[in-house]
Design a binder for this molecule. Structure first.
Ligand SMILES: [Zn+2]
Length: 234
């Protein structure tokens, strides 16, 4: 049976071309290996971006590329905190180069819309990925390069940029509940960035229902934008 989406690395050439013909859209889930406190796995950003891209591709069509777990500006080097372990950090220059080489080759391979979903919101890491997309939108006006983070297209009362807080933890509980341990968090004091590696709202009330709400609205908003882009660029 023909499908309108698939994993690029699990398909043969004719299968790739069949999907590309109707939906020349590439999804590049971009995450990180980064300490996310005692309660979340190190690959949260990667898994979040990967799952959201798969759900989006299922809805809109296209090819999902293997996720990239290379990021700069991790909590490891955040000023005023001390979390040297469980993060693998790369330089900003390398991030820019990898993004540039991916975008260039995805364009050469016939993709018209390139969706880079960044699960990691460290700065300037995310801005670098956004800037490369801007450069490519200028260079290839008949293609569209969309770098964004999930919170870009969601209302602030549902999700803002956060690190292992209520938003990210609820998403992880929705997609991979077995990887989360809320019990390791302290019960008798406030949650802080310095002690718990959490930036944002208290993660202790996180749950999969909240995660599902975030995912549903994300898919709705992202697919509307992509359908509009398909009309313009395909
Ligand atoms: Zn994260």
């Amino acid at each position: 049976m023909n499908s309108h989406w698939g994993f690029y690395d699990k398909l043969r050439p004719l299968q790739i071309e069949a999907i590309q013909k109707g939906n020349p859209i590439a999804y590049l889930p971009w995450g990180a290996l980064e300490y996310h406190g005692c309660h979340n796995p190190t690959g949260l950003d990667t898994h979040k971006a990967q799952h959201l891209c798969v759900d989006l591709a299922t809805e809109v069509g296209g090819l999902v590329f293997p996720s990239i777990s290379l990021a700069a500006n991790l909590i490891k080097s955040y000023p005023g905190v001390d979390f040297p372990k469980h993060s693998i950090e790369f330089s900003e220059g390398l991030i820019k180069q990898i993004c540039t080489e991916y975008f260039e080759q995805l364009t050469a391979q016939g993709f018209k819309i390139i969706v880079l979903l960044s699960g990691h919101a460290g700065e300037p890491h995310l801005q670098i990925l956004r800037d490369v997309a801007s450069e490519f939108n200028q260079k290839y006006p008949n293609n569209y390069f969309w770098t964004f983070a999930e919170f870009d297209i969601l209302p602030d009362d549902l999700l803002v940029a956060n690190h292992s807080a209520l938003g990210e933890t609820s998403l992880q509980l929705y997609y991979e509940p077995e990887t989360v341990d809320l019990e390791c968090l302290p019960k008798d004091r406030e949650i802080t960035l310095e002690l718990d590696a959490v930036s944002g709202k208290d993660p202790r009330p996180s749950n999969s229902i909240r995660g599902e709400k975030i995912v549903k609205l994300f898919i709705k908003n992202a697919s509307e934008k992509l359908e509009a882009l398909k009309k313009k660029y395909l």
